[in-house]
Design a protein around this ligand. Structure first.
Ligand code: DLL
Length: 435
C-alpha cells in the first residue's frame, strides 16, 4: 500500500499545484526584492519589477542565481530575514570562496523536515519504524534533514551520523533498524561489512534512502541484494534546503519534486534558454515557500530530464531523472564536493606549476582521490625521501583545503600529457552517470 505524508498535495490535480505555485511565486519574488538588496540589484539590472511576475509563465523573466552569486554575497548578502528570525545554518564543504552557507527560520526547518518526511513515507516508513540516519550530522544537510523527517513521521530515530562501521552494525542489529539513510557508497560498504561478519540474519532493514552523490542502477541492485532491502534515491542541495527536494517512490524510476515548495525548470546550460519537458539540460530551482534563503532560479549545474508522465504511485508531482552529469567540473568524492580549482590553489600556493591531473576511482565501494603533480625541474635531483616529504606536505595542504585525504604523487616534469584545447584535469574512473 502506497503511503503519503501529505496526500492532498502529493496527489493534487496539476492545476491545483500550478495555482499554488503561482500565488507563492508572486509572494516570494516580492519578499526577495524587498528584503535582499543584492537580489533587487540583479532584478533592476535585468529591468524586471516584482509586478512583472504574475505566474510561473513569467519565471523566465527573472535573472539566474549561481554559486558565484553565493560567493559574492557571502556570508549574509542573500539573507532575506533579520538575524533574530534565523535559527540555523547548514553548509557545504569547501573553503570560504566555495563554501555555501544556507540559512533557515524555524518555518524553513519545518518545511524541510516535511519534505524529508514525504520521502520516508514514500519508502513505507511509519511511526513503527526504526530509522537509522547514517548521513553526516553537523554542517552537512544529510543528517539533520533525514533526522527531522524521521521525527515528523514519528519513527524512532537513531542519529548515528557517518563512520564507525562497527557501531553502526551493532545498533542496526540490537535496535532492529528497519530504514537506513546514508550515501549509496556507505550503504554498499555497510552491506559488505555485514556479510563479512556473517550477520545478515540479524538485519531487519526493509528499505534505504540513499543520495547526495550519483549512483547507478547496478549499484542499486548490489545494495538491494546485499542488505535485502528496497533502495530508493533522494536528491537535494544545500542551497535549496538539503535532502528531500526530490524523492523516489515505489516505482523507483525518477524522483518526485516537492513542487509546492520548489519550481523546477530545465535550461540549456550554454544559452540559458528554457527547454521543454522531456529534454535534457541543467536543472534550475526556485524556492517559493522559504523565508530566510529564498533562492530564485538557482542553477544547480546538475544535468537531468523532467517528466510529468503518470506515476503508478499516484503522486502527481513532476519527476526528475537521476542526475546524468554536471555542467561544471565539481566532483563529489566520499560525499564531499570538490572543485579542481581548490586543488589548483593549493598547488599554486606551494609554488608548483599548474600541471596536474586528478584521478578519481572507486575501490571496494570507497572513493579514492589521487592528484598527480609535475615536479619542479630543480626537484629532479631530490632524494626519494625528499620527494616523499614534499608529497606529504601537499597531502596535508589538500586535507586542509578539501577536508578529505587525497593521495599526492609527484611525477617527472612534462610527463602529464598537454592538451591542445581545454586541459583534461579530471579522470573519473567511477562511471557514475548512466546516459
Ligand atoms: O548532498 C544534500 C543531500 C543530502 C542529498 C543527503 C541527498 C541526501 P550538497 O552537499 O549541497 O547537498 O550537494 C548537492 O550533490 O547538486 C548533486 O550534484 C549531488 N546530489 C545530491 N543528491 C544526489 C543524487 C546534498 N540523489 C549536490 N544523485 C547536487 C546524484 C546527487 N547526485
Amino acid at each position: 500500500m502506497e503511503r503519503y505524508f501529505h496526500p492532498e498535495i502529493e496527489c493534487a490535480p496539476v492545476e491545483k499545484l500550478r495555482a499554488m505555485q503561482n500565488e507563492r511565486l508572486v509572494k516570494t519574488v516580492k519578499h526577495a526584492y524587498e528584503n535582499i538588496p543584492y537580489y533587487k540589484n540583479l532584478m533592476d539590472l535585468k529591468g524586471v519589477k516584482p509586478e512583472d511576475i504574475q505566474s510561473v509563465e513569467d519565471l523566465h523573466k527573472l535573472p539566474f542565481l549561481t554559486k558565484d552569486d553565493l560567493r559574492d554575497a557571502y556570508p549574509y548578502g542573500l539573507l532575506a530575514k533579520p538575524l533574530k528570525d534565523v535559527v540555523r545554518i547548514q553548509s557545504t564543504s569547501g573553503t570560504t570562496g566555495r563554501r555555501v552557507v544556507a540559512f533557515y527560520t524555524q518555518h524553513d526547518i519545518d518545511l524541510w523536515d516535511e519534505c524529508c518526511a514525504r520521502a520516508l513515507m514514500a519508502v513505507g516508513a511509519t511511526n513503527e519504524d526504526v530509522v537509522q540516519v547514517s548521513y553526516g550530522y553537523g554542517l552537512f544537510t544529510g543528517g539533520p534533514g533525514l533526522n527531522g523527517g524521521s521525527h515528523k513521521v514519528g519513527s524512532l530515530t537513531l542519529p548515528m551520523s557517518s563512520g564507525n562501521t562497527e557501531r553502526q552494525i551493532q545498533f542496526m542489529c540490537d535496535l532492529g533498524a528497519t530504514v537506513l539513510c546514508c550515501t549509496p557508497s556507505y550503504a554498499a560498504y555497510l552491506g559488505e561489512s555485514i556479510h563479512e561478519r556473517g550477520l545478515q540474519d540479524q538485519i531487519k532493514l526493509k528499505a534505504g534512502i540513499f543520495g547526495a552523490e550519483a549512483w547507478s542502477e547496478e549499484m542499486r541492485r548490489d545494495i538491494e541484494q546485499k542488505l535485502g532491502i528496497k533502495a530508493y534515491d533522494i536528491y537535494g542541495l544545500t542551497e535549496i534546503s538539503g535532502p528531500g527536494v526530490a524523492f523516489e517512490c515505489s516505482e523507483q524510476s525518477g524522483m518526485h519534486i516537492n513542487e509546492d515548495h520548489f519550481i523546477a525548470e530545465i535550461i540549456n546550460p550554454e544559452t540559458g534558454e528554457v527547454l521543454p519537458e522531456g529534454e535534457k539540460g541543467e536543472l534550475v530551482f526556485s524556492c517559493i515557500t522559504k523565508e530566510a534563503f529564498p533562492l530564485l532560479r538557482y542553477r544547480t549545474r546538475d544535468i537531468c530530464v523532467l517528466s510529468r508522465k503518470k506515476c503508478s504511485c499516484g503522486r502527481t508531482l513532476i519527476k526528475m531523472s537521476k542526475p546524468m552529469g554536471r555542467s561544471d567540473d565539481m566532483l563529489i568524492v566520499k560525499g564531499v564536493n570538490v572543485f579542481p580549482s581548490q586543488i589548483e590553489t593549493v598547488l599554486l600556493n606551494k609554488g608548483y606549476p599548474a600541471n596536474y591531473q586528478i584521478i578519481v576511482s572507486r575501490e571496494n565501494n570507497s572513493d579514492k582521490l589521487e592528484v598527480q603533480v609535475e615536479m619542479m625541474p630543480e626537484m629532479f635531483s631530490d632524494t626519494i625521501r625528499e620527494v616523499a616529504a614534499k608529497e606529504k606536505e601537499l597531502v596535508d595542504a589538500m586535507k586542509a583545503m578539501l577536508g578529505i585525504y587525497a593521495k599526492v604523487q609527484l611525477v617527472e616534469p612534462k610527463s602529464i600529457a598537454r592538451s591542445e584545447g581545454k586541459a583534461v584535469r579530471i579522470i573519473d574512473k567511477r562511471n557514475l552517470y548512466e546516459n
